[in-house]
Design a protein around this ligand. Sequence first.
Ligand SMILES: [Fe+2]
Ligand SMILES: [Fe+2]
Length: 250
Amino acid sequence: MLSASSIFQEIKSDPDAFRFFVSVAAKGETQGGWENGRIAELLDDEVLRPKVLRHGEDESKHGRIFRRLLEQRGLRCVEVDPEADYCMHLERWGIGLSHRRLETSKPLSEEEVISYLVHSRVTEQRAAEEVDLMVKLFGDDPDIGPAVRMIADDEINHLSYCHEELLRLSAEGWEEYIRRMLEAYAKAEIKAYRKTSLAFVDRMADILSWNPLKKGLLKLGVHAKYFIERLVTWRRMVRLAPPVRPGALG
Ligand SMILES: [Fe+2]
Ligand SMILES: [Fe+2]
């Protein structure tokens, strides 16, 4: 059977598959931590800076939590190939601030701060949904359950923070600019997510020796999800609503 539950149980039971799965998650979180840390250093805004710092600390903590899950099983992170690297695909599609930009020392413009927040709004939506799925699948697992519940709770904070900051900037006259950027980033994110997911299925198929039919069906599922998102559900990523948790990051 090809349910999400059966696939994730299969991944969890195999050390190599589990190691790859957790390494992908840890890499994304650690990368998010680094990006937020750099953005905080380049910010002129004294009110926003502590929130960005907190955001970065949370993401770095998530990276450590995932690595600890591996260590509990006597495993260590493996290198994630570029095709399965979500952050790299996002950058390639022009979402957010590039690595090269973040490595400079030039303070961020207001447009660049908005780019960071819109990038976060879109990717935190994805992160919150992915980790919610992990809570559903592994919530009862004594090792993985507490870890993914803690991360899921943080992701609600991050999403709330993005809504709050973007609504504030919209009220300051950036509404149309933000609306257009949200739309462009959401449409690019779903492409980046499809690319990453296809690479993930390929890698898992190799590790777990899936037959061509199983691999093909899972890839078909990735394409189907993309087309549903492209036609309808991408809109969930661009809505701005009063935050579920006001002042979530301070
Ligand atoms: Fe995270
Ligand atoms: Fe997050």
